[in-house]
Write a protein that binds this ligand. Structure first.
Ligand SMILES: [Zn+2]
Ligand SMILES: [Zn+2]
Length: 304
């Protein structure tokens, strides 16, 4: 089952050097979710052939412009295209007011409903779930209320072995019980085939954590512990650590320290300052502490 992340924007504050502003698509079992929506996100959706109409949930980390200025654009595009399905937007307080004011003064009329779901950033809460995923907030340390998001795949049922269906002539009606309830199968002549001969164990559920924007904070470690993939902002090199104290961002070294302490499998760094044209040094700095570090790049698709 698919669980992957597509990076649409990696730069902090302003677009530079072909790097766009924060936005990602998370695909869990072929349903897609948007995380942050910086200016230019619609261009990136077009470029990477991701259909807007597949998006029904958008998760917004915080209200700094580089994470939300793409939203009024995509909302009005939906309306111009005649969208009818509601759109759910999860965000800290204030987004609803800002969007409504923007729409009001641009005389935008919506053909669909935008449902706002406001969360506070004091503690990790479950904000969304369906049959395949849970989305939890990750309270971060930034200049304004900010939360990252933890996408936790739900436990799936055991996988049936196709050859066994044929071998024992198992009817379709019996398969659900075998997969989901661990039932054995009784053949026409009364022979019992135990479940563990018919099925393989369920895959281990995977998790993806998105942590941007944030200063170094170990408070997130219990929430992101052992995740398969961690996206952590790395706005600066340690050389410019003084900047992180003012802006409450992280250095590449700090992102790597968090990845190491949380024992994640892979670290993806992003939200790069425009002071760096070449970002390889950020990866090199992180890799000295956490070797399995990758640079986020527009268009990159990563399996969780
Ligand atoms: Zn930012
Ligand atoms: Zn910010």
């Amino acid at each position: 089952m698919k669980f992957e992340v597509t990076i649409l924007g990696t730069n902090a504050a302003i677009p530079a050097y072909e790097r766009y502003l924060s936005a990602q698509i998370v695909n869990v079992h072929d349903r897609i979710y948007m995380v942050d929506c910086g200016e230019g996100t619609q261009f990136q959706l077009n470029k990477y052939d991701i259909r807007r109409s597949r998006i029904h949930q958008i998760f917004i980390s915080h209200l700094h412009g580089d994470h939300i200025y793409g939203l009024p654009g995509i909302i009005t595009s939906y309306s111009l295209l005649g969208r009818e399905k509601p759109l759910d937007i999860f965000a800290p307080k204030g987004l609803e007011e800002w969007i409504n004011l923007t729409l009001k003064h641009s005389y935008a009329y919506l053909t669909f409903k935008v449902r706002f779901h406001t969360f506070d950033c004091d503690q990790s809460t479950l904000v969304f779930e369906n049959e395949s995923v849970e989305v939890w907030t990750i309270p971060l340390k930034h200049r304004i209320p900010t939360c990252g998001f933890l996408f936790k795949e739900k436990q799936q049922s055991r996988r049936i072995i196709p050859e066994q269906i044929v071998a024992h002539q198992i009817p379709v009606t019996a398969i659900k019980k075998i997969k989901q309830e661990g039932a054995d199968f009784v053949t026409a002549n009364g022979k019992v085939i135990p479940n563990d001969l018919l099925t393989l164990p369920a895959p281990v559920p995977r998790a993806y954590a998105y942590c941007s924007d944030t200063a170094y904070t170990e408070s997130i470690i219990p929430i992101i512990q052992e995740t398969d993939l961690l996206y952590h902002e790395a706005t600066y090199l340690s050389l410019h650590e003084d900047q992180t104290l003012i802006s409450l961002h992280s250095t590449a070294r700090e992102a790597a320290k968090i990845a190491k302490l949380a024992n994640v499998k892979q670290l993806l760094i992003g939200h790069f300052s425009s002071r760096y044209r070449d970002i390889d040094a950020l990866r090199e700095e992180a890799a000295t502490i956490f070797p399995n570090t990758l640079l986020a790049k527009e268009g990159l698709v990563l399996e969780v």
